[in-house]
Design a protein around this ligand. Sequence first.
Ligand SMILES: NC(=O)c1ccc[n+]([C@@H]2O[C@H](COP(=O)([O-])OP(=O)(O)OC[C@H]3O[C@@H](n4cnc5c(N)ncnc54)[C@H](O)[C@@H]3O)[C@@H](O)[C@H]2O)c1
Length: 400
Amino acid sequence: MKKTPKPKAKYDVCVVGGAGHVGAPLSIVLASKGCRTLIHDISRPALAALSAGRLPFLEDGGEPMLREVLAAGTLGFSPSPADIAGIPHIILTVGTPVDEFHNPVVRALTDCIDALLPYLSDDQTLILRSTVFPGVTDFLDGYLKARGKRPLIAFCPERVVQGKAIKEIQSLVQMVSGTTPAAEEAAAKLFGKIAKKIVRMKPMEAEFAKLFCNAYRYVQFAVANQFFMLADSAGLDYARIRAGLMEDYPRMRDLPGAGFAAGPCLFKDTLQLVAFSENKFNLAVSAVQVNEGMTAYIVARLREKYPLRKTTVGLLGMAFKAESDDARSSLSYKLSKQLALHAKAVLCTDPFVTGDRTLLSAAEVVRRSDVLVLCTPHAAYATLNLKGKPVLDIWNFLKK
Ligand SMILES: NC(=O)c1ccc[n+]([C@@H]2O[C@H](COP(=O)([O-])OP(=O)(O)OC[C@H]3O[C@@H](n4cnc5c(N)ncnc54)[C@H](O)[C@@H]3O)[C@@H](O)[C@H]2O)c1
């Protein structure tokens, strides 16, 4: 008897966790290239915002492109795992945190896979895009096989800078790997539609490569922050020393300025490598001590200089980096908690962060504070009237 052909899926690709910081820009770019894309996410408010043409967070060029793909009808939304059934490519972009003891939480992925399991079939390609602990792609392959499922499995990590994803997804080289040549090929074909260039690796190489990128940046920031603390404790200005040593000296062009190195990726991805090394990646452990120690250093300097019990301290910027609304793992909050033990009051402001009812306007924080700390160098602070109040500016932003 002749086999009835399978009906063609309504979508070419489904992005699971597609309403998040990594998933949403990827979905929008895929849809803009004509790939019929379904966003599946458990956050109904984020799905509602996206389907109304609004991004739940700041992303350069994201909203105009979102509205274009909505008008073109190439982007759809679903809160239901059942809707992944029959879609040829499933891309996972859910969060992959470390727990309170700094161990990678692989359950974040297996819980997600468990929900998708009844609707997964062997003719689909499952592409892992979340940043994972080395070996997790092969682990997931085994996890699915043990449950009777044999989709193709690929790992294609995201390396964009948050906030510039729309541009960088299309301009950066995409690392592609698969547990089989067929999986690698299927993923390369899909990412070939959006990325400038593809580089092929084995899954564990690509997993290490992504973690190396983040850990390297994190260690670089730690070097700069350590230099800052050394110079500052000697009564010297690190920014001046840095400017001098970089002048027409190409070998030092990568030396960062001082600042808070935080956010949802660099810290936890460095810790994933520490966990993999059985805690022997001492350079990374030292980097964590330095970068996370910046807040304690600031508290100590403020305590030396001001009678903190009688001093109101204002924190300018609560997002983890400039021009972002993302306060996840922001050191501004760590500083605020540490200062609360010593200062008369701690007042916080940020032009972009939403959902924190304790935040005040910048003008009110400046007016009510005795001393200010520039935590996040948002451009708006360059022209803020600081009313002559003293500012601790580790970024050297206001002088610039
Ligand atoms: N943020 C970045 O700039 C960045 C860059 C590169 C890589 N990464 C990696 O990408 C991954 C995601 O990070 P993010 O910042 O986009 O996180 P996020 O929290 O912004 O997004 C995750 C999304 O997944 C959804 N979700 C969670 N569980 C789900 C489930 N079971 N089914 C469907 N949806 C689910 C959430 O509602 C959320 O919208 C992490 O592994 C991270 O390390 C992030």
